[in-house]
Design a binder for this molecule. Structure first.
Ligand code: GCU
Length: 835
């Protein structure tokens, strides 16, 4: 029996598939002094199985056993003086264990943690707080931290929510970690074990609610059968202190209820929503509330009936008031615009729509504001709406899911990006007005407020599609609790919990994670150009021209001489005037606008000089080269950890970082080629358009292959690739190698399309160097493409190949499905060269 238990507990740690996230409780050695600090008893002051305190007790027991092999006995509801960890609420402690002094007044969900050797007290202001405290103590134990502490920790805001954009059919909008853990085929899944594990992870970072369905909501969530299913989900989350909320479709009274209107002021509509709300609370008595996307991107809303957004929001707020629920009403409301109008600006929409309504929302409405005025781009200025609502509660909306930032196939550690907004001082009325103090309600004296992040975990065992992207979920929770925390310190806790205490692992992963957002910004879109991803298709790879020439309002206004949006009051859209005076003045003036937001606020010539002294165009070229170079170093940094990280995760992560090195080059070349072609201005360092180590596939001798002009042109080297002559012709491309004899890394750039798994073989003098399959749609996380473009373009490398001048290079491509074994070029890379 004992042996079995030992194996089972080892098993949890040994299967490093990511399921336990940062709650692995990996085994640490503990000798001498350390043993004396491990409590022998766990005193749980609440024996109700559905209580978070009960969960706290069992987590403590599992944690102590798993980390230090130490068995602690659980005692229910009775205090023990010696060697014990006591967990409960402050009130329960006073009732059961006697008086308590020195503990400050705790806020809702706050806790007190005191550790003195093997005497530990974890006391919550409520059950949830006690569980948070238990996870805090376990986090210390799992990091080998036995220091004596005594402190209170309180949330900075009551709303610490996550949003899931899960659809009823089980797909997830902008999800990269597999299908939904909640829904399948229009109903709620039977097996909710992943929901339970999600609740555990969320509770450990103090998230207190999950909105479980897509903001582009489907009314069928409200059928009687699904309401019961919601009740089951809520029951599973409840012991973790996590409530559920749901997204609503504004038109439900008509589409589901059979009414002939969904006018928010119509009594039949009001009655319909009250009845739905009542039924919801019958199934989920502690439901957190509603999330509403209305009049946005084709979603129905009050505008259809000439009603205001506040009238729309208040409809739900009033329905929720008897139950204490909250409406999170999204500020992401904008209309299609005409680019030929110089004044048109989507960035202005939120303030234009919401500022006039300030004060007209019910007290239980919270306006949920994306961090920037457009849409989760790699760099945006802080949304000015935060500085324009004084009588309305607000929350910040972030994206843990990396929709525009590499979709989990690229490593991008996001908290440093979020901090640029959370720490931004909007100087309302010339007084300190940090965004983090506005959303907590502190600055404008609002009771409600906080954060929401779109997370989109799926059934993949890594949750998000990649192990390293879990640092973003962890970081989000930590910042939602305390936005003043330091992203690097948060990261380091996550690293120790996820990968153990090896100082080299800590140092290396810290470095590459902290470099990852700047690198991504550099090789994708910089100087505040917002995004250069393909906004009309997958939001993933490069396609700069997709920004312009359409009504989406994410324009770059790039032409052959100039680029950027003029958002000044004096000559542009007037957006800068939406900020309080001190901030508006900074952005209005090109000389005080920071370089990294220059193109957000100003339209300038490519030859305009930045504060750095570089021209815009040269900055583009240089940044793309340096960003891609950093990405190359991520792989080498990671490889230096071989043997220090379990093989399962080592290989999984290595594969992604290897992909990122290649895709960063796709990005670099596409953006540089695009602007080089548009501006006609050469790169002073002569890199752009010069690829001395490449052999273009179209220049090889082709048999069964034909040339193919790629669109967008900049996503192929020389604009041209090759594809097999038909979907069942095997293609061969051969050429003589004209480079000096030596050792090279061979990089092959090809396209991996959705809808086929081609197979390629690479030979030198008929000796096979390597082979690979176009199966990235199964092994990477981003949205695949059915075209040859910047999403499907990728690179594979074969290292350390001995090459003689005059060798014959041959690639054989076997098409599959719709994928015609496409090839772009082969690069022969001498040591240290990235071409
Ligand atoms: C982005 C995203 C959509 C999403 C929308 C939203 O535009 O691409 O998928 O529906 O934001 O936040 O509502």
């Amino acid at each position: 029996m004992r042996i079995l238990f030992f194996l089972a507990s080892l098993g949890i740690v040994a299967a490093e598939n990511g399921l336990d996230g940062w709650l692995r409780y990996a085994s640490l050695s503990c000798t001498g002094q350390c043993r004396s600090k491990l409590p022998a008893n766990i005193v749980v002051l609440n024996a109700t199985e559905t209580s978070p305190i009960y969960i706290a007790g069992s987590e403590l027991q599992i944690g102590l056993k798993s980390i230090y092999g130490s068995h602690a006995e659980i005692t229910w509801g009775k205090c023990k003086a010696s060697s014990s960890v006591v967990v409960g609420t402050v009130e329960q402690y006073r009732e059961t264990c006697g008086s308590l002094s020195g503990i400050p007044e705790l806020e809702e969900d706050g806790f007190w943690l005191s550790t003195q050797g093997d005497k530990v007290r974890i006391l919550g202001s409520n059950d949830r707080g006690a569980l948070y405290g238990a996870f805090e103590y376990l986090s210390m134990l799992a990091q080998g931290n036995f220091s004596a502490v005594a402190y209170a920790s309180n949330p900075s805001a009551p709303i610490r929510w996550v949003n899931q954009w899960d659809n009823m059919d089980g797909s997830i909008e902008r999800g990269y970690g597999g299908p939904s853990i909640f829904f399948k085929d229009g109903a709620i899944v039977e097996d909710l074990s992943r929901v339970k594990q999600y609740g555990r992870l969320l509770a450990s970072v103090r998230i207190n609610a999950v909105v479980i369905n897509n903001v582009n909501a489907n009314a069928t969530l409200l059928t009687p059968e699904n309401l019961k299913g919601l009740g089951r989900i809520a029951d599973v989350f409840r012991p973790y202190g996590v409530k559920i909320g749901i997204s609503l479709n504004f038109a439900s009274p008509e589409t589901l209820g059979g009414l002939d209107t969904y006018d928010p002021l119509d009594t039949s509509v009001i009655d319909w929503w009250s009845s739905v709300t009542e039924q919801l609370y019958q199934n989920v008595p502690d439901m957190a509330g509603y999330l509403v996307k209305a009049d946005s991107e084709g979603e129905p809303g009050p505008a259809v009936y000439n009603r205001t957004l506040s009238q729309g929001a208040n409809l739900f707020a009033k329905a929720l008031q008897p139950y204490g629920g909250i409406v999170m009403f999204r500020a992401f409301v904008y209309n299609q615009l005409n680019e030929s109008n110089w004044d048109a600006d989507r960035a202005k929409a939120a303030v234009d729509f919401f500022k006039p309504l300030d004060g007209e929302f019910e007290e239980n409405v919270v306006v949920q504001i994306k961090f920037g005025p457009i849409d989760f781009q790699v760099r945006e200025p802080t949304s000015p709406l935060f500085a324009n609502l004084f009588n309305t509660s607000s929350a910040i909306e972030l994206e843990v899911t990396q929709e525009y930032l590499g979709q989990q196939s690229h490593l991008v550690y996001l908290p440093p990006l979020w901090k640029t907004v959370l720490d931004f001082d909007l100087r309302v009325d010339h007084k300190p007005s940090l965004v983090r103090d506005i959303i907590t309600g502190k600055r404008f004296n609002r009771k409600l407020g906080g954060s929401a992040a779109v997370v989109n975990v799926g059934t993949n065992t890594t949750w998000l599609g990649s192990h390293l992207s879990m640092s973003n979920l962890y970081g989000y929770g930590r910042l939602a609790w305390n936005a003043a925390d330091d992203p690097e310190a948060i990261l380091q806790d996550w690293i120790r919990l996820t990968f153990g205490l090896d100082p080299t692992v800590l140092k290396t992963l810290t470095q590459l994670s902290m470099e990852s957002w700047p690198a991504y910004e550099n090789y994708s879109g910089n100087l505040g150009i917002q995004t250069l991803t393909d906004i009309l298709y997958t939001h993933y790879g490069p396609n700069p021209q997709s920004q312009d020439g359409n009504g989406w309002g994410q324009w770059t206004r790039a032409d052959s001489t100039s680029i950027g949006m003029d958002r000044t009051v004096s000559n542009g859209t007037g957006y800068s005037g939406q900020y309080p005076d001190e901030i508006a003045a900074i952005y209005e003036d090109i000389s005080t606008t920071p370089d990294d937001l220059l193109l957000w606020f100003h339209h300038v010539n490519y030859t305009h000089r930045l504060h750095s002294g570089k021209t815009i165009i040269q900055h583009f070229y240089d940044a793309h080269y340096s960003g891609a170079e950093s990405a190359q170093s991520f792989l080498t940094q990671w490889e230096s950890l071989k043997g220090k990280v379990d093989e399962e995760r080592y290989n999984h992560i290595r594969h992604r970082l290897d992909y990122q090195t290649g895709h960063s080059i796709v990005w670099r070349d596409a953006i540089n080629n695009f602007y080089h072609n548009l501006s006609g201005i050469p790169d002073t360092s002569k890199r752009v358009g010069h690829h001395p180590w490449r052999i273009e596939a179209e220049n090889m001798n082709l048999d069964g292959y034909k040339v193919y002009t790629v669109s967008p042109f900049e996503t192929a080297s020389g604009s041209i690739a090759i594809v097999t002559a038909s979907n069942d012709t095997v293609g061969t491309a051969t050429t003589k190698v004209d480079f000096p004899s030596g050792t090279y890394d061979l990089a092959v750039n090809y396209y991996d399309l959705y809808g086929g798994k081609s197979h390629w073989e690479l030979y030198l003098n008929n000796h096979q160097i390597g082979e690979w399959a176009g199966n990235s749609e199964d092994v990477l996380s981003h949205t695949p493409s059915i075209y040859l473009d910047g999403h499907s373009a990728m690179r594979i490398k074969f290292r350390g190949v001995m090459v003689q001048k005059g060798d014959v290079l041959k690639i054989v491509g076997k098409p599959d499905g719709v994928e015609p074994a496409p090839l772009d070029y082969v690069a022969f890379l001498p040591q240290g060269v990235v071409d």
